[in-house]
Ligand binder design. Structure first.
Ligand code: ARG
Ligand code: ZN
Length: 875
């Protein structure tokens, strides 16, 4: 059943206060709820409407009177009380069995502890409630549970009372001073320990900060705590936003569907984004913790204080909060190149994951118009493209203008549930700008294509840049209107330096932000004394595909000199992509594979340029992934892409051997491990060097990888060495795998890496994955473990997944179906692996279609997986 944005109606009743009582028991939890409600004057409809899923209703009272079967009706997920007075107190008692809940949505048990996950619509499987974000209420929560099994009882807000109940049970009462929608409710009842600290806020108040983990993990909470303190500081300074609570808690849980959740004052996190020390966590893990801790903390204002009117507005909070966490991570590094490297990584994610989504069967606008299952719309489009849309405001309005818009947004909408349009209005009004056309970034799906051409007139000293835009059709949107696109532009002279830009006789600095609003526009620069090389879309100023007829010589010029590091990197990617596509075609045609010296020399020059940050050099040398190459092909041949890319890596590995070895040595990080960007960048470049060297291995290289594996003092280097050994099929590979497992037997997050490395290794075929599933440590019910093996195989090992015999597809169908019965949200993510099936060679396509049909016809499908496979088959 499809739900449409246009069908929004206000809630019939509002909730003032909620008192919840939980008698927690894994098999039989009693939930008592007391709702003080009042008729909503804005509603033209009547009757009380509550949501409820899989609940056993024990009793329902209205204003003290017990209601009977005829007083209400339950149909599907809605309980309706048709006749109700304007002021109502409802008392509801329900029963659930958290231990049987494998969906990890609502109230569930993980490792014997109780946790909740309510966004988007999990609260309705805890109790009957108007479970929609525009109903905001004040919550008081009483928790009762066995004291020895669940010594820690947490909920949102402030602890107001706790004590013993006799009979081995105890209680805790929590009160949240702010009104909130039900999706931000949380409780934890568990055996946990915490690291805590009092932190002084800008206004002088003290806040208690806690990070709760299972016993044995207190040696892995420092970085999360540090990141939390940095986040609080940063939001005070950059946006003037302060923590509004006396207490802020982070709780780590090992069974969790996503990254983390911003429940008011009680953030619940996947252990993956909390636990770290150098022995078990990589640089990437550390960066992930900083970003996600920041993200959830920043939601306290963008999401919680100001929330969404309905779930179509999800990007209002997610796009904005991703943008905020991106800026936070960039500011934490502090240097310009460090900032640029984070930007490069964002661009890569966008192209790797969001562009394909925008071009596939699940394409949807940043603010979708319809959905079947809201959980399917926590997407890279809503999150990452949404963040790009927010970033474009800042590009158009400047940092100060953006801040003015933020201030007005909070001034107008604090403690309200609003729409994306309200955010845009605040940005426009605070800056006296017309942003009407900008709305199309929210309403139109698909990645716009900007085509540029340049014309230099030497006699007149002018350079004209003509930009035209178009956007491909997407499901339900056959044609598009022009977008409002900020295009940041610089012009390079022959010496590689930026030319001073003169537009309409005025000096425009060295980077100008052009505003493309029509289908086609020409921009004219005067006083241009030599033919320039245009650097277009600097800092990736808009989420578009840019076409410009660059020559190799121009790209090499940009790759060596562009003052904008993002476009400098981009020039290298364009050079590499052209070669990957040519080599892939050569594999298909059975031709000899060759890589030109010009390209190899350009790579060598960047590699050896020690005036550049190691992190930048690593990114510049990283080839586009196999799936990115696939996105550029008319008909995708995964085996040819794999062979071509491997050949290219091997050629680079042997041609640059000396230089790679030199950088391998120069980028060692002796001494105590630190996750800072400079050190991480060195490890990144060193380990990329190792990976290239291992693509053209001999005994010396095997020994190098083995030595790193044996001696490394941190997980970043261990994992890189293990990966190199396995990918190069080194003699020590099997032994290293075994030792790694034995050493980290007790560290679930490291065992996830052990599965993940194998899943993505070129040697791992379907049979090998099936064998790994029989390993005692594999557990389909744990999302991290399922993702580490299944997702890394289906999405990260294209040549094997797309095996010509279709065995990968049959495996996929089997796993999606099995998982769906346990956990629809995780199953539905795996289902997305087949999104691009129509782009493959006919023989593969037919088998993919068959697999999709098999899943779609397999009887009892969740709405989650149902929506994904049916859209794949029809769009
Ligand atoms: N709001 C959470 C976050 O961005 C994620 C919630 C995801 N929920 C879901 N049903 N997938 O941080
Ligand atoms: Zn979020």
């Amino acid at each position: 059943q499809t739900i449409y944005r246009k069908d929004y109606t206000p809630p019939t009743y509002l909730v003032d206060t909620v008192e919840l009582g939980f008698d927690l028991d894994p098999e039989r939890t009693i939930v008592a709820s007391r709702l003080v409600m009042v008729r909503n004057p804005d509603s033209v409809r009547n009757g009380i409407e509550l949501h409820g899923v899989n609940l056993q209703l024990v009793a329902l009272r209205m204003n003290g009177r017990l209601l009977h079967a005829g007083d209400y009706d339950i149909s599907g997920d809605i309980l309706r009380i048709p006749a109700a007075p304007d002021d109502v107190t409802l008392e509801i008692e329900t029963l659930t069995a958290p231990v049987k809940n494998t969906t990890l949505n609502g109230l569930y048990v993980s490792n014997g502890n109780f946790f909740t996950q309510c966004e988007a619509e999990g609260f309705r499987s805890i109790t009957y409630f108007p479970d929609r974000p525009d109903v905001m209420a004040k919550f008081t929560v009483m928790l009762r549970a066995d004291k020895s099994k669940y010594p820690v009882l947490l909920s949102n807000g402030n602890l107001v009372e706790e004590g013993d109940l006799g009979d081995g049970r105890h209680y805790a009462k929590w009160e949240d001073p702010f009104k909130k929608p039900s999706y931000l409710f949380a409780l934890v009842a568990a055996k946990l320990v915490c690291q805590e600290e009092t932190f002084r806020l800008k206004d002088g108040r003290n806040a208690l900060l806690q990070v709760w983990v299972e016993d044995g993990n207190l040696d892995k909470t420092d970085y999360a705590m540090q990141s939390l303190k940095n986040s609080i500081r940063w939001d005070e300074e950059r946006f003037g936003l302060e923590l509004d609570l006396d207490r802020f808690m982070i709780v780590a849980v090992s069974d969790f569907n996503m990254g983390a959740m911003e429940n008011k004052g009680l953030n619940i996190f996947n252990t993956k984004f909390v636990l770290a020390n150098p022995r078990v966590a990589t640089d990437v893990d550390y960066a992930g913790i900083e970003a996600v801790v920041g993200h959830e903390y920043f939601h306290n204002w963008t999401g919680n204080r100001v929330t969404c009117r309905d779930w179509f507005q999800l990007s209002l909070k997610e796009g904005l909060t991703v943008f905020r966490d991106q800026e936070f991570s960039a500011d934490m590094i502090g240097t310009d190149t460090g900032r640029a490297v984070t930007r490069i990584e964002q661009v890569r994610t966008l192209r790797q994951a969001q562009f394909p989504e925008d071009a596939g069967p699940m394409a949807h606008p940043v603010r979708p118009d319809s959905f079947v299952e809201i959980n399917n719309f926590y997407t890279v489009t809503v999150y990452e493209k949404g963040a790009e849309v927010v970033r474009m405001y800042q590009t158009l309005l400047g940092r100060d203008g953006f801040r003015k818009g933020m201030d007005l947004y909070f001034e107008r909408h604090d403690e309200q549930a609003v729409e994306c349009d309200d955010f845009r209005a605040a940005m426009a009004d605070a800056n006296g700008r017309d942003l009407a056309q900008f709305e199309r970034w929210y309403s139109q799906a698909g990645t716009p294509v900007v085509t540029a051409t340049g014309r230099y007139d030497a006699a007149a000293g002018t350079f004209e840049l003509t930009l035209s835009q178009s956007c491909p059709a997407t499901p339900g949107q056959p044609s598009k209107l022009p977008f409002h696109i900020p295009v940041a532009l610089g012009l390079l002279g022959a010496d590689g330096k930026d030319l001073a830009l003169i537009v309409d006789g005025a000096n425009a600095g060295t980077t100008a932000v052009l505003e493309l609003m029509k289908p086609k526009q020409t921009f004219r620069f005067t006083g241009v004394k030599e033919e320039p090389t245009p650097s277009i879309l600097r800092d990736f100023s808009a989420p578009v595909v840019l076409n410009y007829p660059y020559t190799d010589a121009q790209l090499l010029h940009l790759f060596s000199h562009d003052s904008d590091p993002v476009n400098r990197w981009e020039a290298g990617q364009r050079l590499a992509m052209a070669r990957l596509l040519k080599m892939t075609a050569a594999v298909g045609a059975g031709d000899k594979l060759a890589l030109d010296d010009t390209f190899i020399d350009a790579m060598r020059k960047i590699l050896a340029d020690e005036s550049l940050d190691s992190a930048f050099r690593e990114n510049a040398l990283l080839l586009p992934s196999e799936s990115m190459v696939a996105e550029q092909m008319e008909v995708v041949d995964p085996q040819a892409i794999h062979l071509a890319r491997q050949a290219m890596r091997k050629t680079i590995g042997s041609a640059l051997r000396k230089d790679l070895l030199a950088q391998y040595e120069a980028n060692q990080t002796p001494g105590e491990y630190s996750p800072d960007a400079i050190s991480a960048g060195k490890r990144g470049l060193k380990n990329l060097a190792l990976a290239y060297l291992s693509a053209a291995p001999d005994d010396a290289i095997y020994a190098l990888a083995q030595r790193q594996f044996d001696l490394a003092g941190n997980m970043t280097d261990r994992v890189a060495a293990l990966t190199a050994l396995i990918h190069s099929a080194a003699p020590g590979a099997a032994d290293a795998l075994e030792r790694f497992y034995a050493e980290f037997d007790n560290e679930a997050l490291v065992i996830d890496k052990w599965f993940a490395i194998q899943a993505a290794a070129p040697v791992t075929d379907v049979a090998a994955v099936r064998a790994l599933m029989r390993h005692p440590a594999f557990n389909l019910k744990n999302p991290n473990r399922a993702r580490s093996l299944l997702f890394n195989f289906c999405n990260g090992n294209p040549a094997q997944f797309h095996a010509p015999d279709g065995s990968g597809y049959a495996f996929w169908a089997e796993q999606v179906t099995t998982l769906d019965a346990l956990n629809p949200q995780v199953a539905s993510r795996l289902a997305r692996s087949m999104d691009r099936w129509r782009r493959y060679a006919p023989a593969l396509q037919a088998q993919m279609k068959q697999a999709l049909q098999k899943v779609s016809g397999s009887g009892k499908l969740s709405s989650d997986v149902g929506e994904v496979v049916s859209k794949a088959l029809t769009n």
